[in-house]
Design a protein around this ligand. Structure first.
Ligand SMILES: [Zn+2]
Length: 108
């Protein structure tokens, strides 16, 4: 393969160019990008704290506690506004099919 920055020949599947040190595009196998989304399963209001907890791999209860402290210490309104903006901006995660109850089948 050819380095996209210095155009020199380097070994296939190299992560970095030997000559200029540039990171190579497409060398890594495609990974699903972790996205910041509102949790569909771990939610009290809008799932913001649950989503943050999933994103940062933290306990969502701890996130809620930190959020409440931030809201209180910033004088309520900034935290509430940020929460409402996050509600608008963050997409909701798709429902976990394993967590949701199956729809009741109508009896014949
Ligand atoms: Zn290079």
């Amino acid at each position: 393969m050819i380095c996209g920055y210095c155009q020199r020949e380097i070994a296939d599947n190299s992560n970095f160019c030997y000559f200029c040190g540039a990171r190579q595009q497409g060398a890594q196998p495609a990974r699903s990008v972790r996205r910041l989304m509102r949790s569909a399963t771990d939610k009290k209001l809008a799932g913001i704290c649950g989503g943050l907890g999933e994103y940062f791999e933290m306990d969502s209860t701890l996130v809620r506690l930190i959020w409440v402290l931030v809201v209180v210490f910033t004088g309520i309104f900034p935290g509430v506004i940020v929460y409402l903006l996050a509600w608008l901006i963050m997409p909701e995660a798709p429902q976990d099919v394993h967590a949701s109850q199956p729809a009741p089948q109508p009896n014949p």
